[in-house]
Design a protein around this ligand. Sequence first.
Ligand code: KG4
Ligand code: ZN
Length: 356
Amino acid sequence: MTRQLPRAMQTDLTKIRYLLALESSCDETAAAVIDRDLQVLSSVVATQYELHQTFGGVVPEIASRAHVRRILPVIQESLQRANLTLADIGAIAVASQPGLVGSLLVSLTAAKTLAMVLDVPLIAVNHIEAHIYACRMAAGRDVFPAIGFVVSGGHSNLYDCRSPVDFEMIGSTIDDAAGEAFDKVAQILGIGFPGGPAIQKLAERGNPKAVHFPRTFKNSDKLEFSFSGLKTAVLYAAQGAPGQRSPVEPLTEQRVADLAASFQAAVVDVLVAKCKLALQQRGRTALCVGGGVAANGPLREQLTKMTKKLGVELHVAPLSLCTDNAAMAAIAWEQLERGRLADLDLDVTPGLVRNR
Ligand code: KG4
Ligand code: ZN
């Protein structure tokens, strides 16, 4: 079994100054250089929107092929922008879970190769936990313990974060993730991909009270989400339900904007309600929100109102750290400080490991 290389094992971890982090869990190829003080020296993200746009969602095979083509130029650019060379890099961090298996494998292979060739420590990062850690980076100080909430294209997960290395998952979705719902509803409404930003923009011109869409589980005392019923409700409102006798309202520009605004209001309502429940159930006084959907303006506004009322500190990841990036893999410094290094036989874990 291959473990760390000899020099990497003997490295004085306190002497490491720069960490190179890699990320390719879904459809973004990213690399970042972060120093020990969590300063981001460079963060390069190559998006693939244009490759998946016509399909209305990420096509795994296309994503992994694009990662293969892009990973080396992205790494090179991250070093150039940081004004460093590989010789300056003291450790390699890589998001090894969760995500698309073919996508994850690209940065994992690059990371293991670099760790081996440079003979430096390798650190495995949980992409979802990194999304929460983006809040810690932006705050510039410790924000834990806190409730962590990751709302992205693949996840709607709540965590009780006792420390930066002790996250317990306490809630998730039983079907679609919130971002997935945004993407699918955008497809129903024919307004492009990724759906989140498109719906938010359109919703500005719509009436959020035009249609009262379902708010599944909003009033339950369980920390779980479900968005598939909401998605179907939007579909029926736009195109009619099977066997529906009454005519469907014509999809005028205004009607599409109203549906977008009403859908967004329903999602935001549920997300905010569950954050509140998690805070109350766990008695935490801080909330950290990350992931692509955390870029949503109305969600940010409602979270601000709710936490203000509860007297809770709110940390929402800055826009640059909301969608996928490698800078948030700076959480690897926390592991490094505690000597938690990965073996060189590290593998990807596509699904999320529930246990801490
Ligand atoms: O975190 P992320 O970049 O990738 C995953 O790990 O999934 O999140 C992407 C998701 C997409 O579903 C996208 O539609 C959504 O984040 N998103 C938004 C907004 N910006 C991105 N959703 C709502 N409002 C936004 N402004
Ligand atoms: Zn993500």
